[in-house]
Design a protein around this ligand. Structure first.
Ligand SMILES: Cc1cc2nc3c(=O)[nH]c(=O)nc-3n(C[C@H](O)[C@H](O)[C@H](O)COP(=O)(O)OP(=O)(O)OC[C@H]3O[C@@H](n4cnc5c(N)ncnc54)[C@H](O)[C@@H]3O)c2cc1C
Length: 349
Protein backbone atom coordinates (compact mmCIF):
# COMPACT_ATOMS: atom_id res chain seq x y z
CA UNK A 1 0.00 0.00 0.00
CA UNK A 2 1.38 3.37 -0.99
CA UNK A 3 0.24 6.59 0.66
CA UNK A 4 1.40 10.08 -0.22
CA UNK A 5 1.22 11.05 3.49
CA UNK A 6 0.85 9.10 6.75
CA UNK A 7 -1.53 6.18 6.23
CA UNK A 8 -4.98 6.98 7.59
CA UNK A 9 -4.39 10.73 7.83
CA UNK A 10 -6.97 11.73 5.19
CA UNK A 11 -10.75 11.96 5.50
CA UNK A 12 -10.75 8.78 7.57
CA UNK A 13 -8.92 10.69 10.33
CA UNK A 14 -11.07 13.82 9.92
CA UNK A 15 -14.48 12.11 10.07
CA UNK A 16 -17.02 12.01 12.90
CA UNK A 17 -17.47 8.23 12.78
CA UNK A 18 -21.26 8.20 12.52
CA UNK A 19 -22.78 5.03 11.05
CA UNK A 20 -25.88 6.82 9.81
CA UNK A 21 -27.55 4.54 7.27
CA UNK A 22 -31.11 5.34 8.37
CA UNK A 23 -31.38 9.00 9.28
CA UNK A 24 -29.27 10.06 6.24
CA UNK A 25 -31.69 8.28 3.84
CA UNK A 26 -33.02 10.62 1.15
CA UNK A 27 -35.24 10.07 -1.90
CA UNK A 28 -33.25 8.87 -4.92
CA UNK A 29 -30.69 7.12 -2.70
CA UNK A 30 -32.47 3.76 -2.34
CA UNK A 31 -29.48 1.70 -3.57
CA UNK A 32 -27.10 3.63 -1.34
CA UNK A 33 -29.38 3.12 1.68
CA UNK A 34 -29.36 -0.64 1.00
CA UNK A 35 -25.54 -0.61 0.84
CA UNK A 36 -25.37 1.43 4.05
CA UNK A 37 -27.74 -0.95 5.85
CA UNK A 38 -25.73 -3.93 4.66
CA UNK A 39 -22.54 -2.36 5.99
CA UNK A 40 -24.23 -1.33 9.25
CA UNK A 41 -25.18 -4.98 9.83
CA UNK A 42 -21.55 -6.02 9.25
CA UNK A 43 -20.14 -3.47 11.75
CA UNK A 44 -20.39 -5.45 15.05
CA UNK A 45 -18.60 -8.47 13.54
CA UNK A 46 -16.07 -6.22 11.81
CA UNK A 47 -15.29 -4.39 15.07
CA UNK A 48 -14.79 -7.73 16.88
CA UNK A 49 -12.58 -9.06 14.10
CA UNK A 50 -10.48 -5.88 14.16
CA UNK A 51 -10.09 -6.07 17.92
CA UNK A 52 -8.90 -9.67 17.68
CA UNK A 53 -6.47 -8.77 14.89
CA UNK A 54 -5.12 -5.50 16.30
CA UNK A 55 -5.88 -5.39 20.03
CA UNK A 56 -7.65 -2.03 19.47
CA UNK A 57 -11.27 -1.45 20.49
CA UNK A 58 -12.74 0.95 17.90
CA UNK A 59 -15.46 1.93 20.40
CA UNK A 60 -18.59 0.96 18.54
CA UNK A 61 -21.16 2.77 20.71
CA UNK A 62 -24.76 1.64 20.41
CA UNK A 63 -26.92 4.42 21.86
CA UNK A 64 -28.26 5.31 18.41
CA UNK A 65 -28.92 8.76 16.96
CA UNK A 66 -31.44 11.49 17.79
CA UNK A 67 -32.44 13.88 15.00
CA UNK A 68 -33.49 16.92 16.99
CA UNK A 69 -36.36 19.26 16.08
CA UNK A 70 -36.04 22.59 17.89
CA UNK A 71 -39.07 24.15 16.20
CA UNK A 72 -42.32 23.06 14.55
CA UNK A 73 -40.62 23.84 11.22
CA UNK A 74 -37.80 21.40 11.98
CA UNK A 75 -40.41 18.83 12.97
CA UNK A 76 -42.30 19.28 9.68
CA UNK A 77 -39.07 18.73 7.73
CA UNK A 78 -38.26 15.57 9.68
CA UNK A 79 -41.85 14.30 9.23
CA UNK A 80 -41.62 14.85 5.47
CA UNK A 81 -38.39 12.85 5.18
CA UNK A 82 -39.83 10.19 7.51
CA UNK A 83 -42.63 9.43 5.00
CA UNK A 84 -39.97 8.32 2.51
CA UNK A 85 -37.87 6.53 5.15
CA UNK A 86 -40.92 4.52 6.30
CA UNK A 87 -41.37 3.23 2.72
CA UNK A 88 -37.91 1.68 3.07
CA UNK A 89 -38.89 0.07 6.39
CA UNK A 90 -36.17 1.90 8.27
CA UNK A 91 -36.40 1.58 12.04
CA UNK A 92 -37.15 5.17 13.07
CA UNK A 93 -39.39 6.42 15.84
CA UNK A 94 -40.75 9.90 16.67
CA UNK A 95 -40.23 10.95 20.31
CA UNK A 96 -42.16 13.73 22.04
CA UNK A 97 -40.26 16.60 23.69
CA UNK A 98 -40.61 14.90 27.10
CA UNK A 99 -39.44 11.52 25.78
CA UNK A 100 -36.47 13.19 24.09
CA UNK A 101 -35.49 15.09 27.22
CA UNK A 102 -35.74 11.92 29.31
CA UNK A 103 -32.98 10.50 27.08
CA UNK A 104 -30.87 13.66 26.88
CA UNK A 105 -31.50 16.05 29.81
CA UNK A 106 -29.02 18.71 28.65
CA UNK A 107 -30.96 19.65 25.52
CA UNK A 108 -32.24 23.22 25.08
CA UNK A 109 -35.23 24.36 27.17
CA UNK A 110 -37.62 24.49 24.24
CA UNK A 111 -37.63 21.60 21.78
CA UNK A 112 -40.34 20.09 19.56
CA UNK A 113 -39.13 16.47 19.87
CA UNK A 114 -36.75 14.19 18.02
CA UNK A 115 -36.58 11.26 15.68
CA UNK A 116 -34.85 8.28 17.27
CA UNK A 117 -32.77 6.13 14.96
CA UNK A 118 -31.91 3.20 17.24
CA UNK A 119 -29.54 1.46 14.78
CA UNK A 120 -27.45 4.45 13.65
CA UNK A 121 -24.43 4.08 15.92
CA UNK A 122 -20.90 5.47 15.91
CA UNK A 123 -17.26 4.34 16.06
CA UNK A 124 -14.06 6.20 16.87
CA UNK A 125 -12.72 6.57 13.33
CA UNK A 126 -9.21 7.52 14.52
CA UNK A 127 -8.98 4.25 16.43
CA UNK A 128 -10.39 2.53 13.35
CA UNK A 129 -7.49 3.65 11.13
CA UNK A 130 -4.95 2.63 13.80
CA UNK A 131 -6.59 -0.79 14.11
CA UNK A 132 -6.75 -1.27 10.34
CA UNK A 133 -3.07 -0.47 10.04
CA UNK A 134 -2.04 -3.07 12.61
CA UNK A 135 -4.45 -5.66 11.18
CA UNK A 136 -3.16 -5.08 7.63
CA UNK A 137 0.49 -5.29 8.62
CA UNK A 138 -0.13 -8.40 10.73
CA UNK A 139 -1.82 -9.97 7.71
CA UNK A 140 1.29 -9.31 5.62
CA UNK A 141 0.65 -5.93 4.00
CA UNK A 142 3.57 -3.52 3.59
CA UNK A 143 2.65 0.12 4.06
CA UNK A 144 4.86 2.65 2.27
CA UNK A 145 4.16 6.12 3.65
CA UNK A 146 5.07 9.49 2.16
CA UNK A 147 5.26 7.74 -1.20
CA UNK A 148 2.86 9.51 -3.59
CA UNK A 149 1.78 7.53 -6.64
CA UNK A 150 2.17 9.65 -9.76
CA UNK A 151 0.42 7.34 -12.16
CA UNK A 152 -0.97 3.89 -12.82
CA UNK A 153 1.09 1.95 -15.36
CA UNK A 154 -1.12 0.71 -18.20
CA UNK A 155 0.37 -1.70 -20.77
CA UNK A 156 -1.46 -3.71 -23.40
CA UNK A 157 -4.81 -2.45 -22.11
CA UNK A 158 -4.32 -3.55 -18.51
CA UNK A 159 -3.01 -2.06 -15.24
CA UNK A 160 0.46 -3.39 -14.43
CA UNK A 161 1.52 -1.38 -11.39
CA UNK A 162 2.22 2.17 -10.27
CA UNK A 163 4.90 4.77 -10.98
CA UNK A 164 6.33 7.42 -8.66
CA UNK A 165 7.59 10.96 -9.21
CA UNK A 166 11.27 9.93 -8.94
CA UNK A 167 10.93 7.59 -11.93
CA UNK A 168 10.78 4.34 -9.89
CA UNK A 169 7.91 1.88 -10.28
CA UNK A 170 6.20 -0.97 -8.44
CA UNK A 171 4.75 -3.87 -10.44
CA UNK A 172 1.40 -5.37 -9.39
CA UNK A 173 -1.06 -8.00 -10.61
CA UNK A 174 -3.90 -5.82 -9.38
CA UNK A 175 -4.11 -2.10 -8.62
CA UNK A 176 -6.80 -0.80 -6.27
CA UNK A 177 -7.37 2.92 -6.68
CA UNK A 178 -8.43 4.14 -3.22
CA UNK A 179 -6.96 7.63 -2.86
CA UNK A 180 -10.07 9.30 -1.46
CA UNK A 181 -10.66 12.88 -2.61
CA UNK A 182 -7.34 12.74 -4.56
CA UNK A 183 -8.34 9.71 -6.65
CA UNK A 184 -9.00 11.71 -9.82
CA UNK A 185 -5.54 13.29 -9.72
CA UNK A 186 -3.65 10.03 -10.22
CA UNK A 187 -2.32 9.88 -13.78
CA UNK A 188 -1.93 7.15 -16.35
CA UNK A 189 -5.60 6.59 -17.09
CA UNK A 190 -7.64 7.96 -19.98
CA UNK A 191 -9.79 10.88 -18.73
CA UNK A 192 -13.04 8.88 -18.69
CA UNK A 193 -11.38 6.11 -16.60
CA UNK A 194 -10.40 8.55 -13.89
CA UNK A 195 -13.03 8.36 -11.15
CA UNK A 196 -15.25 11.46 -11.06
CA UNK A 197 -14.42 12.32 -7.45
CA UNK A 198 -14.02 15.83 -6.04
CA UNK A 199 -13.04 17.12 -2.58
CA UNK A 200 -15.94 18.34 -0.43
CA UNK A 201 -14.43 20.38 2.40
CA UNK A 202 -15.65 19.92 5.97
CA UNK A 203 -14.63 21.94 9.04
CA UNK A 204 -14.95 20.15 12.37
CA UNK A 205 -14.18 20.80 16.00
CA UNK A 206 -13.91 18.86 19.24
CA UNK A 207 -14.99 20.18 22.64
CA UNK A 208 -13.87 18.62 25.92
CA UNK A 209 -16.62 17.31 28.25
CA UNK A 210 -16.19 15.70 31.65
CA UNK A 211 -15.98 12.03 30.61
CA UNK A 212 -17.65 10.99 33.88
CA UNK A 213 -20.61 13.37 33.33
CA UNK A 214 -21.01 13.82 29.57
CA UNK A 215 -23.56 16.32 28.20
CA UNK A 216 -24.76 13.80 25.62
CA UNK A 217 -24.85 10.05 25.15
CA UNK A 218 -26.58 9.64 21.77
CA UNK A 219 -25.24 10.98 18.52
CA UNK A 220 -27.27 14.17 18.05
CA UNK A 221 -28.22 15.67 14.72
CA UNK A 222 -29.23 19.22 15.53
CA UNK A 223 -30.33 21.80 12.96
CA UNK A 224 -27.03 23.03 11.45
CA UNK A 225 -24.59 20.60 13.14
CA UNK A 226 -24.16 17.10 14.46
CA UNK A 227 -22.67 16.32 17.88
CA UNK A 228 -20.92 13.02 18.55
CA UNK A 229 -19.90 12.20 22.16
CA UNK A 230 -16.84 9.99 22.57
CA UNK A 231 -16.09 7.82 25.58
CA UNK A 232 -12.98 9.85 26.43
CA UNK A 233 -15.10 13.02 26.88
CA UNK A 234 -14.47 14.57 23.49
CA UNK A 235 -17.59 15.99 21.83
CA UNK A 236 -17.12 16.12 18.06
CA UNK A 237 -19.09 18.92 16.38
CA UNK A 238 -19.38 18.91 12.62
CA UNK A 239 -19.37 19.49 9.85
CA UNK A 240 -19.53 22.24 7.28
CA UNK A 241 -20.11 21.15 3.66
CA UNK A 242 -18.13 23.39 1.32
CA UNK A 243 -17.34 23.19 -2.38
CA UNK A 244 -13.91 24.84 -2.16
CA UNK A 245 -11.58 22.25 -3.64
CA UNK A 246 -8.64 21.33 -1.40
CA UNK A 247 -8.88 24.57 0.60
CA UNK A 248 -7.47 23.87 4.10
CA UNK A 249 -8.53 27.11 5.81
CA UNK A 250 -10.33 27.10 9.13
CA UNK A 251 -12.69 30.08 8.91
CA UNK A 252 -14.40 32.18 11.58
CA UNK A 253 -17.70 31.73 9.72
CA UNK A 254 -17.40 27.95 9.62
CA UNK A 255 -16.49 27.58 13.28
CA UNK A 256 -19.10 30.15 14.33
CA UNK A 257 -21.87 28.30 12.43
CA UNK A 258 -20.95 24.99 14.09
CA UNK A 259 -20.69 26.44 17.60
CA UNK A 260 -23.90 28.43 17.20
CA UNK A 261 -25.83 25.33 16.07
CA UNK A 262 -24.32 23.22 18.88
CA UNK A 263 -25.16 25.91 21.47
CA UNK A 264 -28.78 26.22 20.29
CA UNK A 265 -29.25 22.47 20.79
CA UNK A 266 -27.18 22.00 23.97
CA UNK A 267 -26.64 25.39 25.67
CA UNK A 268 -24.18 24.00 28.23
CA UNK A 269 -21.58 23.51 25.48
CA UNK A 270 -20.62 27.15 26.07
CA UNK A 271 -18.75 26.06 29.21
CA UNK A 272 -16.64 23.48 27.38
CA UNK A 273 -13.04 23.93 26.33
CA UNK A 274 -12.22 23.71 22.64
CA UNK A 275 -9.91 20.76 22.18
CA UNK A 276 -9.18 20.81 18.45
CA UNK A 277 -10.33 22.31 15.16
CA UNK A 278 -9.60 20.69 11.80
CA UNK A 279 -10.51 20.38 8.15
CA UNK A 280 -11.08 17.27 6.03
CA UNK A 281 -12.01 16.52 2.43
CA UNK A 282 -14.80 14.07 1.65
CA UNK A 283 -14.33 12.16 -1.60
CA UNK A 284 -17.60 13.17 -3.29
CA UNK A 285 -18.62 11.42 -6.50
CA UNK A 286 -20.97 12.87 -9.10
CA UNK A 287 -24.00 11.09 -7.60
CA UNK A 288 -22.71 11.05 -4.00
CA UNK A 289 -22.47 7.24 -4.01
CA UNK A 290 -19.17 5.33 -3.87
CA UNK A 291 -17.36 3.89 -6.87
CA UNK A 292 -16.68 0.22 -6.13
CA UNK A 293 -15.67 -2.65 -8.34
CA UNK A 294 -13.72 -3.54 -11.43
CA UNK A 295 -13.16 -0.77 -13.93
CA UNK A 296 -13.29 -1.02 -17.70
CA UNK A 297 -9.51 -1.60 -17.58
CA UNK A 298 -8.32 -5.09 -16.65
CA UNK A 299 -6.35 -5.34 -13.41
CA UNK A 300 -7.70 -2.05 -12.05
CA UNK A 301 -10.27 -1.88 -9.24
CA UNK A 302 -11.89 1.19 -7.73
CA UNK A 303 -12.71 1.78 -4.05
CA UNK A 304 -13.34 5.49 -3.78
CA UNK A 305 -16.00 8.22 -3.79
CA UNK A 306 -17.37 7.29 -0.35
CA UNK A 307 -18.29 10.92 0.28
CA UNK A 308 -19.94 11.40 3.69
CA UNK A 309 -20.37 7.69 4.44
CA UNK A 310 -16.92 6.12 4.15
CA UNK A 311 -16.70 5.05 7.78
CA UNK A 312 -20.17 3.50 7.65
CA UNK A 313 -19.24 1.74 4.39
CA UNK A 314 -15.86 0.41 5.58
CA UNK A 315 -16.91 -3.22 6.32
CA UNK A 316 -18.88 -3.74 3.10
CA UNK A 317 -16.10 -2.09 1.07
CA UNK A 318 -13.41 -4.22 2.73
CA UNK A 319 -15.34 -7.48 2.27
CA UNK A 320 -16.37 -6.74 -1.32
CA UNK A 321 -12.91 -5.57 -2.41
CA UNK A 322 -11.25 -8.64 -0.85
CA UNK A 323 -13.72 -10.85 -2.72
CA UNK A 324 -13.00 -8.98 -5.94
CA UNK A 325 -9.21 -9.06 -5.70
CA UNK A 326 -8.88 -12.61 -4.40
CA UNK A 327 -11.79 -14.42 -6.08
CA UNK A 328 -12.71 -12.06 -8.96
CA UNK A 329 -16.30 -12.07 -7.75
CA UNK A 330 -18.37 -8.87 -7.78
CA UNK A 331 -20.58 -9.12 -4.70
CA UNK A 332 -24.25 -8.25 -5.38
CA UNK A 333 -24.08 -5.47 -2.74
CA UNK A 334 -21.67 -3.39 -4.85
CA UNK A 335 -23.05 -4.12 -8.34
CA UNK A 336 -24.94 -0.81 -8.67
CA UNK A 337 -21.79 1.17 -7.84
CA UNK A 338 -19.38 0.49 -10.72
CA UNK A 339 -17.53 3.24 -12.56
CA UNK A 340 -19.42 2.30 -15.73
CA UNK A 341 -22.48 4.18 -14.51
CA UNK A 342 -20.63 7.39 -15.34
CA UNK A 343 -19.47 6.31 -18.81
CA UNK A 344 -21.37 6.96 -22.03
CA UNK A 345 -23.11 3.71 -23.13
CA UNK A 346 -20.61 2.96 -25.95
CA UNK A 347 -17.49 3.49 -23.82
CA UNK A 348 -18.88 1.13 -21.16
CA UNK A 349 -19.11 -1.80 -23.62
C1 LIG B 1 -15.40 16.36 7.97
C2 LIG B 1 -15.79 14.96 7.60
C3 LIG B 1 -16.72 14.26 8.38
C4 LIG B 1 -17.09 12.96 8.01
N1 LIG B 1 -17.94 12.26 8.82
C5 LIG B 1 -18.26 10.97 8.49
C6 LIG B 1 -19.09 10.21 9.34
O1 LIG B 1 -19.51 10.65 10.39
N2 LIG B 1 -19.41 8.93 8.95
C7 LIG B 1 -18.95 8.38 7.79
O2 LIG B 1 -19.29 7.24 7.48
N3 LIG B 1 -18.13 9.08 6.98
C8 LIG B 1 -17.79 10.36 7.30
N4 LIG B 1 -16.97 11.08 6.49
C9 LIG B 1 -16.57 10.49 5.22
C10 LIG B 1 -15.39 9.54 5.36
O3 LIG B 1 -14.42 10.13 6.20
C11 LIG B 1 -14.78 9.26 4.00
O4 LIG B 1 -15.78 8.85 3.09
C12 LIG B 1 -13.74 8.13 4.09
O5 LIG B 1 -12.86 8.38 5.16
C13 LIG B 1 -12.98 8.01 2.80
O6 LIG B 1 -11.94 7.08 2.98
P1 LIG B 1 -10.81 6.95 1.89
O7 LIG B 1 -9.85 5.95 2.42
O8 LIG B 1 -11.40 6.75 0.54
O9 LIG B 1 -10.14 8.42 1.85
P2 LIG B 1 -9.04 9.03 2.83
O10 LIG B 1 -9.25 8.60 4.24
O11 LIG B 1 -8.99 10.49 2.52
O12 LIG B 1 -7.71 8.32 2.36
C14 LIG B 1 -7.15 8.57 1.09
C15 LIG B 1 -5.66 8.38 1.22
O13 LIG B 1 -5.08 8.47 -0.08
C16 LIG B 1 -3.85 9.10 0.05
N5 LIG B 1 -3.42 9.62 -1.25
C17 LIG B 1 -3.88 10.72 -1.90
N6 LIG B 1 -3.24 10.89 -3.06
C18 LIG B 1 -2.34 9.88 -3.15
C19 LIG B 1 -1.36 9.51 -4.12
N7 LIG B 1 -1.17 10.21 -5.24
N8 LIG B 1 -0.58 8.43 -3.86
C20 LIG B 1 -0.75 7.69 -2.74
N9 LIG B 1 -1.65 8.00 -1.79
C21 LIG B 1 -2.45 9.08 -1.99
C22 LIG B 1 -4.07 10.16 1.09
O14 LIG B 1 -2.85 10.59 1.69
C23 LIG B 1 -4.99 9.46 2.06
O15 LIG B 1 -4.28 8.85 3.14
C24 LIG B 1 -16.55 12.37 6.85
C25 LIG B 1 -15.59 13.06 6.10
C26 LIG B 1 -15.20 14.34 6.47
C27 LIG B 1 -14.15 15.05 5.69
Amino acid sequence: MFDRAAAGSGASHAAAGMLAACCEAEPGEEALVALGRDSQARWPGFADELKAASGIDVELRREGTLVLALTADDQAEIAHRLEFQRQLDLPLEWLSAAQTRAREPHLAGKIAGALLSPQDHQVDNRKLVQALRIAAETAGATIHEHRPVKEIIVQGGRAKGVAFGDGTTAAADVVVLAAGAWSRGIGGLPPDRRPPVRPVKGQMLALRMDAAAPLLNHVLWAPGAYLVPRRDGRLIVGGTVEEKGFDEKITAGGVMALLDAAWRAVPAVEELAIDEIWVGHRPGSRDDAPILGPGPLEGLFYATGHHRNGILLTPVTADAMARLVLDHVVEPAIRPFGLERFLPARAAE
